[in-house]
Design a protein around this ligand. Structure first.
Ligand SMILES: [Zn+2]
Length: 376
């Protein structure tokens, strides 16, 4: 008898019973996680001495999140219902139509804004009830980014409020609407972050898993990001030098000079302060403050604010500009700047914003105080 004959279905003897070795299924190993509710697992097949404790991880809605994270998901749902209803009312009636775009939001106007508010409510409900599911986390971050991007014109409002002399018109209703839209993005983003941390078994307050220690200095990628931000700023300035400054600077009032000073600081000092020691401890030549710690929010607040504002505003503008130039719909407007200037300036701003944001996140991690929830 050959091997062929012995196989079921092979020629020759048909009545041979073969007992092929069956692959035994491995019993599923229980997932043990500290600090979450457990239930005892008792089945007949287990010997009485082997009492296995299996951990069932609670859903996000059943977890007592620390601090303000406790109410973010509720607030996100309330926001979506309340603000979504207002958007329905505006879409059916008269929505505010402020300059420069004629709408309070960018790209997502009318029923799109209603749909996005509905999507926000759905993903937050999902995050509260579902087990870990990557597509859900990706969808939640997508909704959060879309909400922040739609409020991109807020950057112009903030500049207009801080420096009224620049002549930027701030429409109060549109401004409040953009603030509300941004708040929705932050609430959905905060809930998505809690969901991610919870299912990774990380601390809900700080995201630490207790493994990696506190970095003594910012990582290499953070320094690269900071210098990339400076390079973006430099390219933007060089593009301006090529087309010339016009007479604006010579006739500039206090507001424009302040704006230029802020522009210079945000492109050079701020990104580098995030990754060099003098951004954490005042250097020796600073009178009175030498050797003292720099208040972290003095550096972090402008860095995060400018990074988010610039990335949202110039990200949306770059996409709109690219689509309009490629389809031939782009209009020059009142200025006399050549087309190439925008192709250089917008990506430069975007790179500046992204580099600043990455360096700011590294600074935030490096200067984080001890967590009151986990002690890490
Ligand atoms: Zn913690």
């Amino acid at each position: 008898m050959t091997d062929d004959d012995a196989r079921p279905g092979g020629k020759g003897i048909t009545s041979v019973t073969t007992t092929l070795p069956r692959r035994r299924r491995r019993p599923r190993r229980p997932l043990l996680v500290k600090g979450v509710p457990t239930q005892e697992y008792e089945r007949g097949q287990l010997p009485p001495t082997e009492r296995l404790v299996i951990t069932k991880r609670a859903r996000l809605r059943d977890v007592a999140a620390p601090g303000w994270r406790r109410w973010t998901s509720h607030a996100a749902i309330a926001w979506a219902l309340g603000y979504g209803s207002l958007r329905i009312y505006w879409t059916l009636g008269t929505a505010p139509s402020p300059p420069p775009s004629g709408a309070d939001l960018v790209a997502l106007t009318g029923w799109w804004s209603v749909a996005l508010a509905g999507a926000a409510a759905l993903v937050v409900l999902g995050l509260r009830r579902a087990r870990w599911w990557l597509p859900l986390a990706v969808a939640a971050w997508g909704v959060s980014v879309a909400l922040v991007a739609a409020s991109a014109l807020l950057l112009l409002d903030v500049v207009g409020i801080i420096l009224p002399g620049l002549g930027l018109t701030v429409h109060p209703v549109a401004f409040l609407s953009r603030v509300a839209w941004l708040a929705g993005g932050v609430l959905v983003g905060a809930t998505a972050l809690s969901y991610q941390r919870h299912w990774r078994g990380a601390c809900l307050a700080c995201g630490s898993t207790g493994e990696a220690g506190r970095p003594a200095r910012p990582p290499r990628w953070a320094r690269v990001a900071a210098w990339v931000a400076v390079a973006g700023w430099l390219v933007r300035v060089l593009a301006q030098i090529v087309v010339g400054f016009g007479n604006d600077l010579l006739q500039a009032g206090g507001s424009l000079l302040l704006f230029e000073a802020g522009f210079l600081l945000a492109g050079t000092v701020l990104p580098l302060a995030l990754v060099y020691r003098w951004g954490r401890v005042f250097p020796g030549w600073v009178p009175l403050l030498a050797g003292r710690s720099v208040p972290r929010w003095l550096v972090l607040a402008p860095a995060l604010g400018i990074a988010v504002g610039m990335t949202a505003y110039f990200g949306v503008s770059a996409v709109q500009f690219s689509v309009e130039t490629l389809t031939g719909e782009w209009e020059q407007g009142a200025g006399s700047l050549p087309l190439w200037f925008f192709w250089v300036a917008m990506p430069a701003y975007l790179v500046w914003g992204l580099g600043l944001g990455a360096a700011a996140l590294a600074y935030r991690r490096a200067t984080r105080p001890l967590c009151r929830t986990c002690g890490c």
